[in-house]
Design a protein around this ligand. Structure first.
Ligand SMILES: Cc1cc2nc3c(=O)[nH]c(=O)nc-3n(C[C@H](O)[C@H](O)[C@H](O)COP(=O)(O)OP(=O)(O)OC[C@H]3O[C@@H](n4cnc5c(N)ncnc54)[C@H](O)[C@@H]3O)c2cc1C
Length: 321
């Protein structure tokens, strides 16, 4: 029986692990990968203490810190959480992965966000073989090649801008007739000679043999279709929370994000949530870390109260008096 199981090992999950273990909670982290979205962030310039740090470097420091505290991190995907009551009348949670089931007094959901998919033929088949969701990570593989970027917001505009410096030609495919991005970025994109704008257009399928070779693009206004020869397709249409298995477990908003209160409590007593998976307008590393701190300390308080002990003040001063 764990005191807490943390689902996710991005900045939120890692921070929750640090705080829970420093409260001597029996802690387990279960995550599909270590680092979450930080893996795709090439340079981070707004995390205090570092003028600039690569996402991978920040992950490796967090990983080292969590390992030094002795918190195990199991590489598994969580598929289900169920609630029950043990013989002593105390509530417990069963967290199920493809491999096994784990039990805990509390759960901290730190599952972040994942790229939204186009859900078109060829997307899954060519993922990692020309289809990418991260221009910063995979852009350098397309030096001198022809690529397309799908999307019309800042992420897509940013990807097109980055790729225009690497690839020979970039087709920016947007289903609307205007971009939803910063004006200056839109102007920059329009000024780049090797960026071709395909407005009111959608990629209908991605084709190739073993790797991406072309994509079928349809203009929704004219109905015209064209097959464009391409080496890569970068999909930048937003990020979503994959929380369907939490249906009936915790309340979520219309974007599938978990609803939390100021103590990072969810609608289910004993389950807490933090970071990008939680409802909230802003998605940043510092916010994920801050919420995870609150979630871990709230989980600690919850257990103390359930045990009938008055919760110790949740100050964590490290080695300082
Ligand atoms: C390209 C890019 C650049 C960015 N740059 C910055 C920046 O410069 N500054 C900044 O502040 N923010 C930046 N961000 C945003 C920042 O990365 C996120 O706000 C932050 O990573 C959120 O942390 P998180 O731990 O909540 O979620 P995530 O980082 O998304 O981590 C989620 C974790 O949950 C795991 N997980 C998900 N579902 C399951 C499941 N069912 N079972 C088990 N594990 C699961 C994942 O494997 C992962 O370990 C950037 C994001 C991107 C994509």
């Amino acid at each position: 029986m764990h005191d807490t199981i943390i689902i996710g090992a991005g900045p939120a999950g890692m921070t929750a692990a640090i705080y829970a273990s420093r409260r001597a909670m029996r802690t387990l982290v279960i995550a599909k990968d270590i680092g979450g979205q930080l893996q795709w962030a090439s340079e981070i310039e707004n995390y205090p203490g570092f003028k600039s740090i690569a996402g991978l470097e920040l992950i490796s420091r967090m990983k080292e810190q969590v390992a030094a505290l002795g918190v195990p991190v199991n590489s598994e995907e969580v598929r289900d959480i169920s609630t029950s009551v043990d013989e002593g009348g105390m509530k417990k949670f069963t967290v199920t992965t493809a491999k096994r089931r784990y039990e805990a007094r509390t759960v901290i959901i730190a599952m972040g966000l994942a790229p939204r998919r186009l859900a078109i033929p060829g997307e899954q088949e060519f993922a990692g073989k020309g289809v990418s969701y991260c221009a910063n990570c995979d852009g350098p593989f397309f030096k001198g090649k022809t690529v397309s970027v799908v999307g019309g917001g800042n992420a897509a505009l940013d990807a097109a801008e980055v790729l225009s410096k690497i690839a020979s030609e970039v087709f920016l495919v947007h289903r609307g007739d205007a971009f939803r991005g910063f004006e200056a970025l839109v102007e920059e994109i329009k000024s780049r000679k090797n960026i071709k704008l395909l407005m009111n257009s959608e990629i209908k399928e991605i084709n190739g043999v073993g790797k991406v070779a072309s994509a079928k693009v349809k203009n929704s206004r004219t109905g015209a279709e064209q097959e464009i020869a391409l080496d890569g397709v970068f999909i930048e249409i937003g990020r979503i929370a994959h929380t369907d298995f939490l249906d009936g477990v915790v309340d979520r908003n219309e974007r599938s994000q978990v609803i939390i209160d100021a103590k990072c409590r969810t609608s289910q007593d004993g389950i807490f949530a933090a970071g990008d998976v939680a409802d909230g307008e802003f998605k940043q590393i510092t916010i994920a870390c801050g919420q995870a701190t609150v979630a871990a300390l709230s989980a600690y308080q919850y257990i103390q109260l359930k045990k009938g002990q008055s919760p110790a003040p949740v100050l964590d001063r490290g080695k300082n008096p």
